[in-house]
Design a protein around this ligand. Structure first.
Ligand code: 5GP
Ligand code: ZN
Length: 142
């Protein structure tokens, strides 16, 4: 199990920093986010220190994402939100501030509940040819 002494989430895993635990097993741990963007905002992380989606091991991802529906349903059952956003930030440019992979569960209660995803439609900037070329470029690297 990789551990980074300077990582706040590794400290939560070891119990050196307190957290309100929602779920824990050998591989993952879920706890309420101290920031509470909306009521019930929860984080699910691997216990192993893996910084972001690029480093996330497929076996770890399988265990972590395998728990996601259970966490989401428990939050839904406990708090009856109108909806739920799952968010994962990778890199400073994408607003990642803790460099230990984490999946945010953000229960939604309405358009002014504190979480504001912005989503522009830029489809007019890309032709069908552009989409095909991008798909090919990405596909051949998998
Ligand atoms: P990021 O910006 O990296 O996607 O999200 C990091 C999240 O970790 C933030 O939502 C922040 O509120 C949360 N966080 C940072 N430090 C702590 C902590 O010590 N305890 C808990 N429970 N959450 C934390
Ligand atoms: Zn860590």
């Amino acid at each position: 199990m990789k551990h980074d002494d300077n990582c706040i989430f590794c400290k939560i895993v070891t119990g050196d920093i307190p957290a309100s635990i929602v779920y824990e097993d050998d591989d993952v741990i879920a706890f309420t986010d101290i920031g509470q963007v909306t009521k019930g905002h929860t984080l699910l992380i691997p216990k192993d220190h893996q910084p972001d989606i690029y480093d996330l091991q497929p076996e770890t991802a399988a265990k972590l994402f395998g728990m996601a529906p259970k966490i989401a349903n428990a939050i839904k059952s406990a708090l009856s939100p109108a909806g739920m956003n799952l968010v994962n930030n990778n890199g400073k440019a994408a607003s990642q501030s803790v460099f230990h992979f984490h999946l945010h569960f953000i229960p939604r209660y309405g358009s002014s509940d504190g979480f504001q995803p912005t989503w522009e439609d830029n489809s007019s900037s890309y032709s069908a040819e552009d989409l095909k070329n991008m798909a090919e470029s990405i596909s051949k690297r998998i």
